[in-house]
Unconditional design. Structure first.
Length: 251
């Protein structure tokens, strides 16, 4: 929640007309929204023999989470920037028997997964494409830096939790496309991903956006994130997917 508050403050400061900020040719788009991610797959610690299923063992299900993003199109040859925040926290109670963190659990258990994800992208638009398509099509390409802060915990009722955490920075390729058939309506797609050795992290996103009035827009779409990461004693092989809605400002 603190991350979202900070993001909203930055959005208020930055989402102002370019002429007010004194930066020619600067374009800013910011949005806050709600995402409904559904988990699939499993995780384990280095001390465990097999993956624990997020649904069957941890009893996690679809959640409602806040999300936010800020996109800045810079003038001249300065790279454009894209910032996204997707904090996620799952809490459940389950009656299962399994091993986690080298310890055996049974009975009434509290399970928790914190999975906070932040993206910082630097990119350029494909030259002359927007002009050649009469401002209907644009394609972006660049580099995305993804920061993941994750922690999984299991505890029996009234006992201290057994937990394992991970903080990792992952470089990714970023591709984005926007198609605007009419002035107040557009389709957008984004992809971020990297496979290195035996690890991978991917995000796919599709969005439909419509201008409501003035600089205010509303949008909705679907997002799919997949992770196969083994770091710091925590093994994650799972995905989150679900619809989202947003509202924001575009100048």
């Amino acid at each position: 929640m603190y991350t979202i508050r900070v993001f909203i403050c930055l959005l208020i400061v930055l989402a102002a007309p370019a002429r007010v900020m004194g930066l020619p040719m600067l374009g800013i788009e910011g949005a806050v929204g709600v995402w409904w991610p559904s988990p699939s797959g499993g995780l384990k610690t280095a001390s465990d023999d097999s993956l624990l299923d997020l649904r069957d063992d941890f009893s996690f299900s679809r959640e409602t989470e806040l999300c936010g993003r800020l996109k800045v199109n810079m003038p001249l040859l300065i790279p454009n920037a894209y910032v996204m925040a997707n904090p996620l926290r799952l809490n459940e109670r389950t009656k299962k028997n399994f091993q986690f963190g080298g310890e055996s659990f049974s009975g009434d258990l509290d399970t928790e997964l914190k999975f906070n994800q932040y993206d910082l992208g630097l990119f350029y638009a494909v030259p002359f494409l927007r002009a050649a398509t009469l401002n209907r099509l644009n394609v972006d390409a660049g580099l995305n830096i993804r920061f993941i802060d994750a922690e999984a915990a299991v505890s029996e009722q009234g006992a201290n939790p057994v937990s394992e955490s991970m903080s990792v920075v992952i470089p990714q390729v970023y591709l984005g496309a926007q198609f605007q058939p009419i002035k107040r309506f557009s389709f957008e797609a984004e992809a971020r991903g990297l496979t290195y050795r035996d690890e991978s992290s991917y995000s796919l996103l599709g969005r439909v956006k419509a201008t409501a009035f003035g600089p205010v827009f509303v949008s909705g779409g679907y997002r799919y994130d997949e992770y196969d990461i083994d770091r710091s004693g925590l093994v994650m092989d799972f995905s989150f997917s679900g619809p989202f809605v947003e509202t924001g400002l575009s100048f």
